[in-house]
Structures are given as C-alpha cells and as structure tokens.
Design a protein around this ligand. Structure first.
Ligand SMILES: O=P(O)(O)OC[C@H]1O[C@H](O[C@H]2O[C@H](CO)[C@@H](O)[C@H](O)[C@H]2O)[C@H](O)[C@@H](O)[C@@H]1O
Ligand SMILES: O=c1ccn([C@@H]2O[C@H](COP(=O)(O)OP(=O)(O)O)[C@@H](O)[C@H]2O)c(=O)[nH]1
Length: 467
C-alpha cells in the first residue's frame, strides 16, 4: 500500500490536541493512516541555520520539519499568505496588502519546501498538499522531477473569478493548480467558482466528470467538505477535562442559559457583528436579559498582521460597552476570553451551552459548528445558529441559518434559539448529527484519496507543468 505524505504549513504532534481546524483534522487522519507529515516547525531561525531538517517520530507519524528565516516567515506567512491570499479568498479586498515584495518570499518558501521534501519521498508515495500557503508546491516538485500523485486541498473559500482576478499574478497562481492531479474544495460553491475562473480567465476546456484541460495538463477538481472525528470528539466529551468544565459551567451558570462562541480571533469570523447582534437581542428582549450569558473564546491568531490587531481592539471595546450598558452587580452578559482553550475541555463547554453562535462572514468550513453538535446530549440538545456564509452551511441545513451582516435577523435567531422547545431542538439535532456522522473526517480523507488514485490513473503520460 502506498504511503501517505501530508504537507501543510502548520503541523502539530498528532498525539496532542491542536487549535486550528487544519491541524486538528490532519492529526486525526494521520493517526489512522500513519505516514509522513511535512511542514514548518513553527521556529524562526537565523538565515545560516535554515538548512537543518528536523525529524521526529510521533506515534505512527514521521514529522519532518523545516525552520524559516525571519525574512521568509514575514514575506511568506504574514505577507503573501495572510496579507494577500487570506483576505482576498475571504472576499476582503479592502484588507489585502498587495506589497510586490511578498510574492518572492512565497515562491522561495515553496521552493524550499520542495527541495527539503524531495529526499524523503518514495516513488509510490501519495502526496497530499494542504492550503493556500502551498499552492505552487506541486509545480516546484514537478520541476525537480517528482512524478508521484499529488493532490491539493484548499481549506478556505475560493472567491468568484472577479475577486480572484484582483490579485496581481492571479493567473500564475491558478495555473500552478494544474500541476496537481486533483484539487479539492470545501463546498460546491468554491468548485463552481473554480470552474468559472478557469473557463473564463484561463480558457480551460471543460471535460466530463469535473475535469478541466489547460496549460497542457488535465486537472480533476471536486468538493470534499471536511468533517470531524465524531468518535474521537465524543470520547473527549466523556474525558475528565471536559467533564470538569461541564460541571463548573453548570455550577456557575445554574440560573442562566449559556451561549457560546469559539473562534480564532480573525476578522473572517464575524465577531464584532456577532456582538452587535447580541446587543440587539438584549435591547429587544429585556425579559430574557438576565437569563442569557454569552461566553466568547477568541484564541489569539496571526497577531503580527495589522488587521488582526484592529479586530482585537474593536471586539474588546464592544464587549466592554455591552457589559457596561447591560451588566449588573451579579451578571455580565458577555464573558470574553482572549486565550486558546485546550480542545479537550471544549466539549464540556459546548454541552453546558444552550446555543452556539457560529457566525463567520466567510469560512472555509468551520469545524467548531460540527464539534458543538457532536458534544450535545441527544435528549436535551443545544441549538446551532450558523452563518449562511460558512462552508458548513451547505451541509447543515437544519441549523438556524443567519446572515451575519443582518444584525436584527441574527438577534431574532438568538431569541428563537434560546426559546426553542425541546422537541424541535431534538428533531433538528438528530438530522444535523446524521450529516455530521456521515460526512466525518474519515469520509473526507477516504473520498479525497480515492479520487486522487483515480485521477492519476487517467493522467499517465502527460507532461508536467512548469511555472
Ligand atoms: O495556521 P494558522 O495561521 O494559525 O491558522 C489556523 C488554520 O486556519 C485556517 O483553517 C481552515 O481550515 C479548517 C479545516 O478545514 C476550516 O474549517 C476553516 O474554515 C479554515 O479557516 C487555515 O485554512 C489553516 O491553514 C490554518 O492552519
Ligand atoms: O481556543 C480554541 C479555539 C479553537 N480550538 C479548535 O480549533 C479548531 C478550529 O477550527 P475551525 O475549522 O472552526 O476554524 P479555523 O480556526 O481552522 O479557521 C477546532 O477544532 C476547535 O475545537 C481549540 O482547540 N481551542
């Protein structure tokens, strides 16, 4: 059987719990399949030291890690990946910083990854590259003679062609995708945007069965919505850390209904909009006021990118003003925590909460939505209020779907969620859990890898694309 080689910028020890959906999902996949996980060590070192590759055996997984220099980290991770691609792919052209210097750092680090990965590869390996940091990696590997099957999965949304076309050099970026055998997206919407882009901008020829031909190559593409490991998560929910959290929440908030939000502190997550909707709910529902408390966990993320410090200040000021205006000596409506909470404790918090607010302005998938559902008690489950702009909304139709830009509409959904009768909560939860179970992380991995195996079989003999 072929060995799986996973490549992503962010990697984590799969024996420990990680924050950030990509690391969580890949740790779960690799724990099952074994193989190699190649990526950035998380360390920034002097230029002279970057030749070193760190190898560590973590259970069934070999972790192979490279360090980055400060200049490469700044241009590749903060600059091009999170200053250009992240905002544009999340439809935020206003936040993009199109500094012409970033692209060379992005290319340099992709070349470094390709060079450092190559000696670890076996001829029958299957290589699975993840996310926007590494779009040109397959082309760089091909340039070094790599002939293995290579798949790519984009964890974040792909915007419509005209938004994508705002990126200087967008054609280069999309052309790079044609060096893969299979390109996977989170949703059918993303796949449709890809099809429209390659047909209109790259004049690709659409073939049957989700294949497109351009630049002398044929690429397969598909939608493979990522899921969670339901067994693993319900296991965590019965673990000591989650139970301790659950008991504590129940004790402290015995007279209140809890609403919960768990997000990286990212402008894509719609946190200020969520707070405004909660404020609107408190204003419109004086009778429900003292019975509802919102716990918002906002874990620190990418703090050296200025848009992230701006959102931190906006959120802090909103939470402060809501508590100042509505709070009382014995009640604060918002508990805002700017820290990462260990994933093993989160199921306890989810289970103690009547409502989850998952209201991103755009999100590739959002695994928190699925984790919240998996942590509920089937007899007395909580309600998921979900943004229609999260990838998860394409699957989780029985959630209370909201437009996070619509403050009043979201406030009404919060009220409905808090007052929803138990029969309706059960009914919705059952239907949602059927989907969460069916399309779990194993389905995601197996379906993608099966499609990658087939994609290659049809590709024999084609020339490799050079950037
Ligand atoms: O690595 P960071 O810069 O610290 O950021 C954490 C991860 O954020 C993004 O996660 C995405 O993947 C999730 C799983 O597919 C998905 O549910 C979510 O909607 C996405 O935002 C990013 O794409 C990852 O590369 C980062 O590691
Ligand atoms: O304080 C936190 C915040 C988040 N997470 C985990 O990080 C992941 C977040 O993934 P999601 O897809 O929701 O969003 P992303 O951060 O990847 O954009 C989920 O597994 C959460 O349980 C965590 O363990 N602690």
């Amino acid at each position: 059987m072929s060995r799986l080689v996973v490549v992503s910028n962010r990697i984590a020890d799969p024996r420990k719990t990680a924050a950030g959906g990509l690391a969580v999902a890949l740790a779960e996949v690799l724990n099952n399949t074994g193989g190699v996980w190649f990526g950035w060590s998380g360390k920034i070192v002097d230029h002279s030291e970057i030749d070193e590759v760190h190898v560590e055996q973590a259970g069934p997984v070999k972790l192979v890690m490279v360090d980055l220099s400060q200049a490469d980290h700044d241009a590749f991770y903060l600059g091009y990946s999170n200053g250009v691609l992240w905002p544009v792919f999340h439809y935020r052209l206003d936040l993009a910083d199109f500094d012409a210097g970033y692209i060379s750092g992005y290319r340099r680090v992709n070349q470094l990854f390709a060079r450092k990965l190559l000696p670890f590869l076996r001829s029958d390996d299957i290589i699975w590259v993840h996310d926007y940091h590494l779009i040109p990696l397959a082309a760089e590997l091909r340039a070094l003679g790599c002939k293995q099957r290579i798949g790519f999965f984009l964890h974040i949304p792909l915007p419509p062609p005209l938004i994508l076309a705002a990126i200087p050099g967008h054609d280069w970026l999309i052309r790079a995708l044609f060096a893969y055998d299979l390109v996977g997206f989170q949703s059918r919407t993303d796949l449709e945007h890809f099809a429209r882009y390659v047909e209109s901008e790259a004049h690709a020829q659409p073939l049957d069965d989700n294949r497109w031909r351009a630049f002398g190559r044929t690429v397969h593409a598909g939608a493979y919505p990522i899921g969670i490991d339901v067994e693993e998560f319900t296991g965590l929910a019965h673990g000591p850390e989650a139970l301790e959290m659950y008991e504590r929440m129940k004790r402290e908030y015995s007279r209140r209904k809890l609403l919960v939000g768990v997000d990286r502190l990212d402008y894509s997550k719609g946190l200020p909009q969520r707070m405004r909707a909660f404020r609107e709910f408190l204003t419109k529902n004086p009778d429900l006021r003292s019975s509802a408390t919102l716990i918002q966990i906002a874990s620190p993320s990418r703090e050296n990118v200025s848009a992230y410090t701006d959102i931190l200040h906006e959120l802090e000021s909103l939470c402060g003003s809501i508590n100042g205006n509505f709070g009382d000596l014995d009640w604060m409506p918002v508990r805002y925590i700017h820290r990462t909470v260990a994933r093993a404790r989160l199921p306890g918090l989810y289970r103690a909460s009547r409502v989850a607010l998952v209201t991103p302005l755009r999100d590739g998938m959002n695994l928190v939505a699925k984790e919240f559902l998996a942590a509920q008690e089937a007899e007395d489950p909580g309600v998921l209020v979900l943004s229609r702009f999260a990838g998860a909304a394409e699957q989780l139709k029985e959630a209370l779907l909201v437009n996070p830009y619509d403050t009043e509409g979201t406030a009404t959904a919060i009220q409905l969620a808090l007052q929803m009768p138990v029969e309706e909560r059960r009914h919705r939860h059952q239907a949602l859990m059927r989907t969460v179970r069916e399309y779990d992380v194993h389905w995601w991995c197996d379906t993608f890898l099966a499609a990658l195996a087939e994609a290659k079989a049809e590709e024999k003999g084609t020339s490799w694309l050079r950037l």
